[in-house]
Design a binder for this molecule. Structure first.
Ligand code: PGU
Length: 407
C-alpha cells in the first residue's frame, strides 16, 4: 500500500508565488478591462545582453558539429565555467578551488536540496521572514513539527525586524543548520562583515553549518558590504554558498546557478571533505548537469564584456527600486531595502494584515505585490515590492499607488 509523504500535509496552502498568481487571475477574470501591474514575483523582464546571446549561440553551434558536439558534461559542471567562477571569488579576495564549485540549474533547487545531505535530526534556523524554500524543503524532509500558531514547531526563527535592521543575531541556543540570505529576499537588507562574522563564530563554536544564499550579490553597490560569506575569516570551515545567474544576468528562464562547498567545511561527525563529497554524491546521483548550451551562456556572463552588460542590467532594475522606494516614501509610507537589493520592503499602512493589504493594493491601485506574511510570521504587517519589471510599468504602478491607494 503506497502512502504519500505525510510531511507534505504540514505545508501551508500552495507555494506562495502560484498562490499570488491564482488570486491575480481571479481578480483579472472579474475585472477584464483593468490593466494589472505586477510587482509580485522577482522575475527578470529585460532581454539577455548581446554577449550572452552570442555565448548561447556558440553553445548551439558546438552541438551542430561532430568535432565539438558534447553529451553529458563533467560531473560538477563545465571546467572552464567553474574556473571562471573561482576567478570571480578571487576578485573578492577569496580562494575557492574550481572543484569546490558545483554548477546547477539554479539556486532554488540547490537551496531546496542541500538539506538532504544533513542529518534528519538537524535543528534548522531561518531568518524570519525568509525565502519560503528553506522552510518548506525542511518541512518536507520531516525536520519540523506541525504548523501551529503561524509557525512550524521545531524550527528556530531568527527575527528580522526594523529594530535590528532586518539582520538577526545568531540564535541563543544550539542549532545545526543556519540559512542566511544576503542581500535578503524579502527585506532587501544586506549583512555587513561584523554581522556575518558573528554567525561564522557561532557556527564554528557549535559545529553548525551556514547555508548562505547570495543570489542577489550582484545588486550590492556599496563596496564595503561582503558579496560572499567566504569573505569572512573562518567561513570556509563552516559555510557553503548557493548562488545564481538568474538575477545577475536575466537567467530566470534560462536556468543556471552554482554552489560552493569548500573541502575544508566540517561539521559534527564529518571530517573536512565529507560534506563536499556528499554533495558531489547527491548531485551525481540525482542531477545530470546544467544544459551545455546554457553553460556557454554562463561563461559569456563572466567575460569582461558580459560583466559590463550585466552591471547595466542590474543598474536598470536598481533605478526601478529607487522609483518604488522614493514614490512610496513621498506618500508617507515606511519602506526598507531597495538600496543594495532589488526588493522594497514596506510596512503596511495602519498595521493592516499583509494579505488584506494585497487585496487593497490590487483593488484600489491594480498593483500586485507579495504579502510579507508569505515569508514567515515575522513578515506579517509587511509587503514586498519587486523592482524587476520594465521601467515604464514600474513607474505606472507607483503613480497608480500614489493616486489611487486610499491611505
Ligand atoms: N534564492 C533566493 C533568495 C530567491 O529569492 C530566489 C528567487 C531564488 C533563490 C531562485 O533562484 P534561481 O536561481 O532562479 O533558482 N526568488 C523569486 C522567485 C520565486 C521563486 O519561487 O523562486 C522571488 O520572487 O522571491
Amino acid at each position: 500500500m503506497a502512502k504519500t509523504n505525510e510531511h507534505y500535509d504540514k505545508l501551508q496552502a500552495g507555494y506562495l508565488f502560484p498562490e499570488i498568481a491564482k488570486r491575480t487571475r481571479a481578480f483579472q477574470a472579474a475585472h477584464p478591462d483593468v490593466k494589472v501591474m505586477r510587482l509580485g514575483i522577482g522575475d527578470t523582464t529585460e532581454p539577455l545582453s548581446p554577449s550572452v546571446i552570442a555565448g548561447l549561440h556558440r553553445g548551439v553551434e558546438k552541438l551542430a558539429d561532430v568535432k565539438t558536439y558534447t553529451g553529458y558534461g563533467a560531473e560538477q559542471g563545465n571546467t572552464e565555467l567553474r574556473e571562471a567562477l573561482a576567478q570571480r571569488y578571487r576578485g573578492y579576495g577569496v580562494t575557492i578551488e574550481p572543484d569546490e564549485v558545483f554548477v546547477s540549474d539554479g539556486a532554488k533547487p540547490d537551496s531546496a536540496n542541500i538539506q538532504s545531505i544533513f542529518s534528519a535530526e538537524s535543528v534548522v534556523a531561518v531568518q524570519d521572514p525568509a525565502y519560503p524554500v528553506y522552510v518548506d524543503s525542511n518541512v518536507i524532509a520531516g525536520r519540523t513539527g506541525q504548523w501551529k500558531d503561524g509557525r512550524f514547531e521545531g524550527l528556530v526563527y531568527m527575527p528580522c525586524t526594523a529594530a535590528n535592521s532586518f539582520i538577526p543575531e545568531p540564535p541563543k541556543g544550539k542549532v545545526d543548520l543556519i540559512y542566511l540570505c544576503s542581500p535578503n529576499n524579502p527585506t532587501g537588507a544586506v549583512a555587513n562583515r561584523e554581522q556575518l562574522a558573528a554567525f561564522v563564530a557561532y557556527a564554528r563554536k557549535h559545529r553548525a553549518v551556514i547555508i548562505y544564499d547570495s543570489a542577489y550579490a550582484a545588486y550590492i553597490s556599496d563596496p564595503v558590504l561582503p558579496r560572499s560569506i567566504f569573505e569572512i575569516d573562518g567561513a570556509r570551515e563552516c559555510a557553503l554558498e548557493i548562488s545564481s545567474f538568474s538575477k545577475e544576468a536575466g537567467f530566470t528562464g534560462v536556468r543556471l546557478g552554482w554552489s560552493v562547498v569548500p573541502k575544508t567545511l566540517a561539521c559534527e561527525g564529518a571530517e573536512p571533505g565529507k560534506v563536499h563529497r556528499l554533495w558531489n554524491r547527491r548531485q551525481a546521483t540525482m542531477f545530470n548537469g546544467a544544459s551545455n548550451v546554457v553553460q556557454e551562456g554562463g561563461l559569456a556572463v563572466l567575460s569582461p564584456e558580459g560583466q559590463r552588460e550585466s552591471a547595466a542590467m542590474v543598474a536598470y532594475y536598481m533605478a526601478n527600486a529607487r522609483t518604488i522606494k522614493q514614490g512610496l516614501e513621498a506618500i508617507g509610507l515606511t519602506v526598507y531595502g531597495g538600496v543594495n537589493a532589488p526588493y522594497v520592503w514596506m510596512q503596511t499602512p495602519g498595521g493592516m494584515k499583509s494579505w488584506d493589504f494585497f487585496d487593497k493594493l490590487l483593488n484600489e491601485a491594480h498593483v500586485v505585490g507579495t504579502p510579507g506574511s508569505g515569508f514567515g510570521p515575522g513578515g506579517e504587517g509587511f509587503f514586498r515590492l519587486s523592482a524587476f519589471g520594465h521601467a515604464e510599468d514600474i513607474g505606472a504602478a507607483v503613480t497608480s499607488i500614489q493616486n489611487n491607494l486610499k491611505l
